[in-house]
Design a protein around this ligand. Structure first.
Ligand code: GLN
Length: 447
C-alpha cells in the first residue's frame, strides 16, 4: 500500500493524511506476532485500511475535508474504526471527501480534489471519493466510507469498486461527524463482495453510544456469499430507467440483470412511484439536519478560529465565514430557512411526510421482491469541474441513491461494466431493511 501511495498519490490525492510509515510497519509487526500466537483470527488482521476523514481517530487529524477542522485531533476513536482495530486492521490514513460529506464529486474538499484512477481528468464521485479512489488505485486494501445520500454507492460505481450502505442502525455512528443524522451510515468500500461482507460483519453491531443503533439477533453477512439466486425475485423499477439515464449505463445494467435471470432469478418490472420527489425531500431534510449539526463549529470548543475579531458575535461570524466552504454555507442557509418558523410546515414537515410515503412505496415493493435493481448513478464519472458550476445538476445526479437513505434501506454498488470512454459502471442492488444478505447474495452471484 505504501509503495502504491508513493507511486500514485501525487496524481490521485486520495488521502488527507497518510500515517507515518515506520510507525505503521512497527504496528504491523506487533499484529503479526498476535496472529502467530493465535490471538488474532480475523481475516482483516494485518490488512491495511483507509478511513474517510469524517470518522474520529484518536490523536490523528480528522478534518471532514474542511478548513474549520484543519487542526482537530479527536480525543477518541469512532466505534466502527475501533472494531476494525480490535480485529487487527492496520489504519494507514484518512481519506479525502467532499467537505462535511456534502457533494457528489470530492471537489468541495479544502484539501484539493481527488482524481478518478481510471482517468485523472474525471472525478471519483463523492462524497467518499477518497476512500473509493484509494481502493481502486490499490493505495489500501479496503476503506470505510459514509453514505447519507449515496456517498458510498455512487463513488464506488465511478471507481469500479464495491461498496455497501447498510440498513440505518446497523453500524454505530458514534464518532462519525454528523451530516444528516437520520440518514448517515458508515459502510465498507472494497475490491469485491466477499471483502465487503467480511468488513461489514466486523464493523456492524449494537452500540449503546448511538441512540439509533439497532440490536439484531446476529450479524452474519458472510453466510450470504453463495452463488445461488434461483427463485430470487428481482424488481426493476421502470422509473429508474427512464429519461436522464445514460444509454451505456442502462445497457450495462440490463445485461447484468440478464446474468442473474439466467442463473434462475425471477425478474419483473414495476412502478416505484415517488422517485421524482426523493431529491427535493432529501435536500430539505439533509440540509435541515446539517444546519443544526454544524452549529457546533463556532471557533470556541475546537477547530479553526479566525485570527482577528471584535467581540464574541463577530468571532463566530468570521470563523464560520472563513472556515466553511461554499457548498456547506449553501446547505446551512437552506437548512436554516426550511426550519425557520413560518416555513417549517411548508418545507420540513412536508419533506418528512414525503419521506414516509417513499418508505411506504418501498415496503409495498418488498412485499413482492427480494431485491430491487437499478443504476447507482445516471452517468459514469463526469469530468473535473463539470458539476461544481451547477449545484442543482449535481443534486439531480443523486436520484437513484437518496431514496434508499430516506427509507433507511441497505444498498450495494457492484461494478458491472465500462463505458466507451473506459470509465466504470456500477449496478445498485437495494434490499429491504435488515435484509443485507439478499443484496450480498445477488451481488455475489453476479460478480
Ligand atoms: N450528494 C449527496 C449530498 O451532497 C450525498 C452525500 C452523502 O451521501 N454524504 O448530500
Amino acid at each position: 500500500a505504501f509503495a502504491q501511495i508513493e507511486a500514485v498519490e501525487e496524481n490521485i490525492n486520495s488521502y488527507v493524511t497518510v500515517l507515518n510509515k515506520e510507525e505503521i510497519l512497527k504496528k504491523t509487526e506487533e499484529v503479526q506476532k498476535k496472529i502467530d500466537a493465535g490471538k488474532l483470527t480475523s481475516p482483516l488482521a494485518g490488512v491495511p485500511v483507509a478511513i474517510k476523514d469524517n470518522m474520529c481517530t484518536e490523536n490523528v487529524l480528522t478534518t471532514c475535508s474542511s478548513k474549520i477542522l484543519s487542526n482537530f485531533y479527536p480525543t477518541y476513536t469512532a466505534e466502527a474504526v475501533l472494531k476494525l482495530e480490535e480485529a487487527g486492521a492496520i489504519i494507514i490514513g484518512k481519506t479525502n471527501m467532499d467537505e462535511f460529506a456534502m457533494g457528489s464529486t470530492t471537489e468541495t474538499s479544502y484539501y484539493g480534489v481527488t482524481k478518478n484512477p481510471f482517468n485523472t481528468e474525471h472525478v471519483p464521485g463523492g462524497s467518499s471519493g477518497g476512500s473509493c479512489a484509494a481502493v481502486a488505485a490499490e493505495e489500501c486494501s479496503y476503506a470505510l466510507g459514509s453514505d447519507t445520500g449515496g456517498s458510498i454507492r455512487q463513488p464506488s460505481s465511478f471507481c469500479g469498486v464495491t461498496g455497501i450502505k447498510p440498513t440505518y442502525g446497523t453500524v454505530s455512528r458514534y464518532g462519525l461527524i454528523a451530516y444528516g443524522s437520520s440518514l448517515d451510515q458508515i459502510g465498507p468500500v472494497a475490491k469485491d463482495v466477499t471483502d465487503c461482507a467480511t468488513i461489514l460483519e466486523t464493523i456492524a453491531g449494537y452500540d449503546s453510544k448511538d441512540s439509533t443503533s439497532v440490536k439484531r439477533e446476529k450479524y452474519d453477512f458472510t453466510s450470504a456469499l453463495v452463488d445461488d439466486v434461483a427463485g430470487m425475485k428481482i424488481g426493476i423499477p421502470k422509473d429508474y430507467f427512464g429519461e436522464g439515464l445514460d444509454k451505456e449505463v442502462k445497457e450495462s445494467i440490463m445485461n447484468a440483470v440478464k446474468v442473474l435471470e439466467e442463473k434462475g432469478a425471477i425478474v419483473e418490472e414495476f412502478d416505484l412511484s415517488l422517485v421524482e420527489y426523493a431529491i427535493p425531500a432529501y435536500y430539505v431534510i439533509a440540509a435541515a439536519e446539517a444546519s443544526s449539526n454544524l452549529a457546533r463549529f463556532d471557533g470556541v470548543k475546537y477547530g479553526y478560529r479566525t485570527k482577528e475579531y471584535n467581540g464574541l458575535h463577530n468571532m463566530y461570524k468570521k470563523t464560520r465565514s472563513e472556515g466553511f466552504g461554499e457548498e456547506v454555507k449553501r446547505r446551512i442557509m437552506l437548512g436554516s430557512f426550511v426550519l425557520s418558523s413560518g416555513y417549517y410546515d411548508a418545507y420540513y414537515l412536508k419533506a418528512l411526510r414525503t419521506k414516509a410515503l417513499i418508505k411506504k412505496a418501498f415496503d409495498e415493493a418488498f412485499a413482492k421482491y427480494d431485491v430491487i435493481i437499478g443504476p447507482a448513478a445516471p452517468t459514469t464519472a463526469p469530468k473535473l469541474g463539470d458539476s461544481l458550476s451547477d449545484p442543482i445538476k449535481m443534486y439531480l445526479g443523486d436520484i437513484y441513491t437518496i431514496s434508499v437513505n430516506l427509507a433507511g434501506l441497505p444498498g450495494i454498488s457492484v461494478p458491472c461494466g465500462m463505458d466507451s470512454k473506459g470509465l466504470p459502471i456500477g449496478m445498485q442492488i437495494i434490499g429491504d431493511c435488515f435484509k443485507e444478505n439478499n443484496i450480498i447474495r445477488a451481488a455475489y452471484a453476479f460478480e
